[in-house]
Design a protein. Sequence first.
Length: 72
Amino acid sequence: MAVRALPNVSSLTEQQQRGRRCTWCGYPLAPGTDVDLGEQRATAKNGAAYSWFPRACADTGECAQQEARTRR
């Protein structure tokens, strides 16, 4: 399985950073319908480190289609 690098956390919405929406396509997620991508650490411009919690759609095919639609 190919592994995708996560996008820069600063390019994501708060909902995506908190795992409420897919990291890739922004689709709203519900427990049991997503993939936990693990706790990630980031450092803000002011130097303070923090955690963020990306999640993704379980259906990668549908996610890719949704991501393509949102980029148009």
